[in-house]
Design a protein around this ligand. Sequence first.
Ligand code: HEC
Ligand code: HEC
Ligand code: HEC
Length: 119
Amino acid sequence: MKRQRRSLIVVALVLMAAPLLYAVLSFAARPAPRPLWLEPPAPNTSCILPTAVIRYDHMQHLKNLRDQVMREGRREELTGARAQGLTSCRGCHAHRERFCDRCHERASVRLDCFGCHVY
Ligand code: HEC
Ligand code: HEC
Ligand code: HEC
């Protein structure tokens, strides 16, 4: 009689615990979605320079371009199909705050460019 009662209690406890156990296991099994850190560029495009070059040298590239435009008055690279320029990036990297800014913040880089240039 005593034994029977004990096993009834055990069965009841297992039944009560089952939903919790199920929830824990299914939560653990589901891979957490990882949001992309940098907004992907417009599909089927390529950057104005090869990826490895633009990744590490875009600052120098933009400053060279600025000198070319401001000091030498050469503006030919600002127009046309492969137009460059500080705000041309927008064509493929649509949101500055989800691309440029995100990386600069992580690297503790502070730019003053966007006080004048609209992006
Ligand atoms: C005080 C305002 C100001 C600041 C700050 C500034 N610029 Fe400019 N920039 C200008 C003006 C004005 C022009 C000339 C625009 C023209 O002639 O089309 C220009 C032109 C340029 C150009 C060539 C034209 C174009 O549209 O791309 C580049 C590249 C450029 N700047 C890059 C930069 C970068 C990079 C920074 C930040 C490191 C920066 N600028 C900060 C005012 C500024
Ligand atoms: C015609 C579309 C296009 C334009 C315009 C463009 N990009 Fe890109 N950019 C891309 C693509 C596509 C990639 C990704 C290449 C890859 O993943 O191999 C990229 C990659 C990059 C990266 C490297 C990101 C990383 O993962 O490290 C940087 C930095 C970058 N672009 C900066 C710029 C800047 C600055 C400008 C403007 C002067 C610009 N891009 C203009 C298409 C573009
Ligand atoms: C993959 C990371 C990354 C992305 C994406 C990126 N940058 Fe940068 N950028 C950097 C780093 C790191 C530096 C600082 C390099 C240094 O100081 O030597 C920098 C520096 C710059 C500078 C020079 C600032 C100064 O005052 O000297 C400019 C201009 C610039 N980035 C523009 C852009 C623009 C515009 C975009 C978006 C289209 C962009 N960057 C996207 C990493 C990135």
